[in-house]
Design a protein around this ligand. Structure first.
Ligand SMILES: NC(=O)c1ccc[n+]([C@@H]2O[C@H](COP(=O)([O-])OP(=O)(O)OC[C@H]3O[C@@H](n4cnc5c(N)ncnc54)[C@H](O)[C@@H]3O)[C@@H](O)[C@H]2O)c1
Length: 398
């Protein structure tokens, strides 16, 4: 099984690959991997834990290699034991990114990441960009290749039914070079689904979440999933909110204040790049409770924290006899460490889905996402049950 990452030189991408190699070499435990739980026994018969080959696109430092890029993140964050990193040097040096596209990625990406190398791609026509991305993927892919978007969060663009509503118009707009209607994540998702490569979107960017690409996935019998990995504060929120619901406690207000540093934090400090992330984090409470209490969801850049993400949540709720009470929690985690194993899990489950003939949006993977597609189930407990049942049903099918 092969893995392709869009945004491969980021901290999530590099950490996922390092973790995968470390487990393969027997120098790290499998802690954090959902796909290794006893509930998913037998998954390895369809999707092995380690990847045969890894590749990806990025928009900066193209002449570099995965070890150098991981080492820069490590120097900043020291997010795992250096002895592990040292033992992976030779394997990781062999992995090199291909030049992707930064089309309509917003000021956050342009200013903070300065993707000078990929900008020459931006002078190409849409058709030429697609051809180039496609060529990279076709050179790499085999029958068991899965692609995941772990690139920086892009701004949203307005949904245009005439272009995004069906695949014929979408492809026509590519030919007509209507660049303002496309973002990098949409083009990446398009080349994957067109070439029958299962695709997942770990970010809140648009990715495959438009009608045209959903249609393409159905027509080409290819599974896809997204959006935005559920790894931290939202994971706690969607696990805790059901408690208030089960006990018939009325949530009056929920405030979540997130601070983080690092590249992701820098990019998200730009309003247009931050917007989709806020929407993704904010709406989950109402979806679980069935009503929409007052919410505040904030994300702010806090440079010295680096990849350490801290979230402060305050919940005001009402109990018996109308008495008002309060609940507070603090989530303090290393962002890449909680995200990286999910990248491996999602790749394995998507490959399993393809092997079992599943196509279109795999809503049973909702457990992994803040804004799951094609489902209104946001409750983590229900999502987990859904995943286990789906896996066991398919596992036992011919
Ligand atoms: N816990 C988590 O860390 C978590 C949870 C959910 C979602 N996410 C999302 O995952 C993504 C990656 O997070 P990160 O912390 O690794 O960020 P990062 O800034 O370290 O890495 C992003 C990488 O994407 C590259 N990139 C940017 N635009 C690109 C494009 N158009 N094409 C190809 N590459 C591009 C950058 O050069 C960089 O190497 C972000 O969108 C983040 O919001 C992270």
């Amino acid at each position: 099984m092969k893995l392709w990452l869009f945004g491969i030189y980021g901290i999530v991408g590099t950490t996922a690959i390092a973790g995968n190699k470390a487990i393969e070499k027997g120098i790290s435990e499998k802690t954090g991997l959902v796909s290794e739980l006893p509930d998913f026994e037998g998954l390895a018969n369809f999707s092995p834990l380690s990847f045969d080959e890894i590749g990806g696109h990025d928009i900066r430092n193209i002449e570099s290699n995965l070890y150098e890029e991981l080492f820069k993140h490590w120097e900043e964050n020291q997010h795992f034991d250096y002895r592990i990193l040292k033992q992976l040097k030779e394997d990781l040096e062999k992995i090199k990114a291909k030049k992707g596209t930064a089309l309509n990625c917003g000021e956050g990406v342009l200013e903070e990441l300065k993707p000078i190398e990929s900008l020459e791609n931006e002078n190409l026509s849409l058709e030429e960009i697609v051809d180039k991305l496609e060529k990279d993927l076709l050179e790499f892919k085999d029958e068991e290749t899965v692609a995941i978007n772990v690139a920086s969060t892009e701004p949203t663009i307005e949904y245009d039914e005439n272009i995004h509503g069906n695949i014929e118009n979408f492809e026509k707009a590519i030919k007509e070079n209507k660049k303002e209607k496309f973002t990098a994540s949409m083009l990446y998702a398009y080349v994957c689904l067109k070439n029958k490569i299962p695709y997942a979107n770990f970010t809140p960017s648009i990715g495959s979440n438009i009608q045209a690409l959903k249609q393409l996935a159905e027509e080409n019998n290819v599974p896809h999933a997204g959006n935005d990995g559920k790894t931290g504060e939202t994971l706690v929120k969607t696990t805790l909110a059901p408690m208030f619901a089960y006990r018939n406690l009325k949530v009056l207000g929920w405030m979540g204040y997130n601070i983080l540093g690092d590249l992701d934090g820098k990019v998200l400090a730009h309003k247009e790049n931050k917007e989709s992330k806020i929407v993704s984090k904010d709406k989950v409470i109402g979806k679980i409770l069935g009503y929409y209490p007052y919410t505040i969801t904030e994300i702010n850049f806090f440079p010295s924290l680096k990849d350490n993400k801290t979230a402060f949540d305050f919940i005001h709720y009402e109990g018996f006899l109308g008495t008002k009470m309060k609940f507070y929690f603090t989530w303090d985690a290393i962002d890449a460490i909680v995200a990286a194993p999910l990248v491996i899990d999602i790749a394995r489950f998507l490959n399993f889905a393809k092997k079992k003939g599943q196509k279109g949006v795999i809503k049973e993977l909702a457990f992994f996402f803040k804004s799951p597609m094609e489902t209104d189930i946001y409750n983590t407990h229900t999502q987990y049950q859904m995943l286990v049942e789906w896996f066991n049903k398919l596992k036992n099918e011919g």
